[in-house]
Write a protein that binds this ligand. Structure first.
Ligand SMILES: [Zn+2]
Length: 255
């Protein structure tokens, strides 16, 4: 192969890869289950509050607006601030990473009063975050919880590399993510796939932890009052990829 042919070959691979990355936002299985419509950008806010499956679609359509450069920045004016003066009814709780590149309202194109958010590095959770999430479910009646990891997460990367003597409380973050990171390391994946796989594994583990968290979430989840799923945000494409395993393991999926 001549060098110019080789460059065209590489470009071809790149375009195929880019296209597939774009198309990966939802697996066909997930799209079918949630009845996600192609070329649809909007979902009703009140319906999303009452129905967590519809709420998921609202997040998916909002992220679609964001990636298609069609963000409307809804409910972000002064008057919308006043609308929420007497209370809030967020339709989703997002458990995300503190990373400055992952602002939930922007990547899901939502506004004031829409999302109840807790953010820590690696979306590591402890008592205060558990209480925060439980408050959203019990007091605010939020029925949808999304654990949102992201590609290139520094906290997950640290849990893979296990630096000696991390300063202060950073060790708490690393220890929390370490089990997922070690499982992925044991898979002997190519080096450039390890971080992505660990990000995903960490999210799945956190989803399972919340589904079993006594006494509030486990009960609400088992009675199907609350939906808890995981997703990974790709900071290079803007796509939020909902993790199929966390959708098809929902109780309603098998019915
Ligand atoms: Zn992160």
């Amino acid at each position: 192969m001549t060098s110019s042919k080789f460059i065209y070959f590489l470009l071809g691979v790149f375009f195929i890869y880019s296209f597939e990355t774009q198309a990966q936002q939802l697996s066909p299985e997930v799209a079918r289950f949630l009845k996600v419509e192609p070329d649809t950008y909007f979902a009703d806010r009140d319906t999303a509050f009452g129905d967590p499956y519809y709420g998921l679609k609202k997040l998916i359509y909002g992220n679609r607006r964001f990636t298609d450069d069609k963000s409307t920045r809804p409910r972000q004016t002064d008057s919308h601030l006043m609308d929420n003066k007497s209370g809030q009814a967020p339709f989703a709780t997002i458990v995300g990473c503190a990373d400055s590149r992952v602002p939930s309202e922007i990547i899901f194109d939502q506004g004031v009063g829409d999302l109840f958010i807790t953010r820590t590095a690696g979306q590591v959770m402890a008592e205060a975050s558990f209480g925060t999430i439980e408050f959203s479910v019990e007091a605010l009646k939020t029925k949808l919880i999304v654990v949102l990891g992201h590609e290139s997460c520094g906290a997950v990367d640290a849990a893979i590399k296990l630096p000696a003597n991390p300063p202060g409380h950073i060790v708490t973050l690393i220890n929390s993510i370490k089990p997922a990171a070690l499982r992925v390391k044991a898979m002997n994946l190519p080096e450039n796939q390890v971080l992505s796989a660990a990000v995903r594994e960490n999210v799945i583990e956190q989803v399972n932890m919340l589904r079993g968290l006594e006494p509030v979430l486990s009960r609400r989840y088992q009675s199907e009052e609350v939906v808890i799923v995981g997703a990974v945000y790709d900071i290079s494409t803007g796509n939020v990829n909902f993790i199929e395993e966390t959708i098809i393991s929902l109780p309603r999926y098998s019915k």
